[in-house]
Design a protein around this ligand. Structure first.
Ligand SMILES: [Zn+2]
Ligand SMILES: [Zn+2]
Length: 436
């Protein structure tokens, strides 16, 4: 029997009973062909592959990450809890050292779900990677983590959740926001006052091919990861950069995804987007699994693969080189940029406007971060949806000092009931969540 070089845990959750609508791109069949392909290729028979059933994320798991309006159980379905629970199961298997690596092949996806959740955006309601990560931090200690997001869309939800968290480096590869939903993910979105430089966006031009993706990985992402030295690397393994994807414009391949996985060497991968149900997902997932096991993936090819058609233009190659230099230079200057930004400031405001494409909601927010010399600072979100609902959320970060904890509770106690539709307090130091 062929033996995997790394023991790899796999969690499948296709959510066959849940879809936004029957013809929506994020629908039940997404993982059907992948499952068939994985079994046909004999992955299930490899020594070292271990299948896990997903768990179910709890309300508490969600509340460590999100402020759901009005509450978690109103916003999520059972499928969302199992999708996040699948990711948790994968991470847990790695943390307990039952396997070397794990891949959660689950849906619905999560990387567009931000801290405040009024509804569904970009096919996401809860951020499955963040729910997973905060669950394992609670149980296994505060790990320093890099999340590398290789979905074609900017992971604006993950960016928002980890905006001010230096212990979570977020790096997103995506198609330039001027040409694709959600329209964000530019290089000056660089992190909150205590984490400036730890949110890295790599907006790539449409038609970027394998050469471009691997160039970015080798010349930008891996050097930054070497300097950052994370305890864990999580890959938000979206597959919609594939050349057959119906909703994006890239030229990436299954072999490219496998090669990227091999070089990035993530501990945990979690499926995000990817809507080419027959043309891409079965091959990309197979490539990722083989790369994680350490076995040969050179034979993984789509039936219609044509390298000539998939070559990126020399202009794109040049553009990407300059982009990588610029981003790397910003990374090197992050301390200076931070000093400039927080100079003489007690609080930093971050006004935002958010569109929920799936549910048609507009939200406006003001996030307020305390600039604290002793911790990453208590912070608040005042938020209103165009359906007339206004909420106020207070977050005490995991590393909060005594003064910031007290400030958070004082704020919560001072707000009289009735001023807002809902007031929330998320105390990550004591793992407490309350609302009124
Ligand atoms: Zn996507
Ligand atoms: Zn503090």
């Amino acid at each position: 029997m062929l033996k995997a070089k790394n023991k790899v845990g796999l969690v499948f959750f296709p959510a066959f009973d849940w879809a936004i609508s029957p013809t929506h791109p994020e629908r039940e069949e997404r993982l059907l062909y992948t499952q068939d392909q994985v079994f046909e290729e004999g992955i299930a028979d490899l020594e070292g592959i271990k299948f896990y059933n997903p768990g179910i994320a709890t309300e508490k798991d969600i509340e460590r990450v999100h402020f759901c309006v009005p509450d978690v159980m109103t916003r999520v379905t059972q499928s969302h809890l199992i999708s996040a629970g699948g990711a948790i199961k994968a991470a847990e298997a790695v943390m307990k050292k039952e396997v070397d690596k794990a891949f959660a092949i689950v849906r619905p996806p999560g990387h567009h779900a931000q801290r405040v959740v009024f509804g569904d955006r970009g096919f996401c309601i809860i951020n499955i990677e963040a729910v997973m990560l905060e669950n394992i931090r609670q149980r296994f200690g505060n790990k320093k983590v890099a999340i590398v997001d290789t979905d074609c869309h900017h992971g604006d939800g993950t960016q928002d959740i980890y905006w001010n968290d230096k212990d979570t480096l977020y790096i997103s590869f995506h198609q330039d926001g001027r040409t694709l939903y959600p329209g964000t993910g530019f290089i000056d979105e660089f992190g909150g006052p205590s984490a400036i430089g730890y949110n890295i966006n790599i907006p790539l031009p449409p038609e970027t091919g394998e050469e471009g993706f691997l160039y970015v990985l080798d010349n930008l992402v891996i050097p930054i990861l070497k300097e950052y030295k994370p305890d864990l690397i999580i890959n938000s393994a979206g597959q919609d950069n594939h050349y057959t994807d119906p909703i994006t414009n890239m030229k990436f391949t299954a072999h490219g995804y496998a090669e990227l996985t091999h070089r990035l060497n993530p501990d945990i991968a979690v499926l995000e987007g990817g809507y080419s149900i027959e043309g891409a997902l079965p091959y990309v997932n197979l490539g990722i699994i083989l790369a994680m096991t350490g076995l040969d993936y050179s034979h993984v090819r789509e039936p219609d693969y044509d390298p000539e058609k998939l070559k990126q233009s020399p202009e794109i190659t040049e553009y990407i080189k300059r982009l990588c230099d610029e981003i790397y230079n910003r990374w090197l200057r992050r301390e200076d940029i931070r000093r400039e930004t927080i100079k003489n400031q007690q609080y930093i405001l971050r006004p935002r406007s958010i569109y929920y494409d799936t549910d048609g909601i507009h939200e406006t927010q003001i996030q307020k971060f305390k600039v604290c010399p002793n911790c990453s600072g208590v912070n608040t979100i005042q938020s209103r949806s165009d359906w007339g609902v206004e909420i106020f959320a207070i977050s005490i970060p995991r590393d909060a000092c005594k003064a910031c904890i007290d400030e958070g509770y004082d704020l919560y106690n001072q707000i009289t009931a009735g001023k807002y539709y809902k007031v929330y307090l998320q105390d990550r130091v004591n793992d407490v969540f309350m609302s009124k």
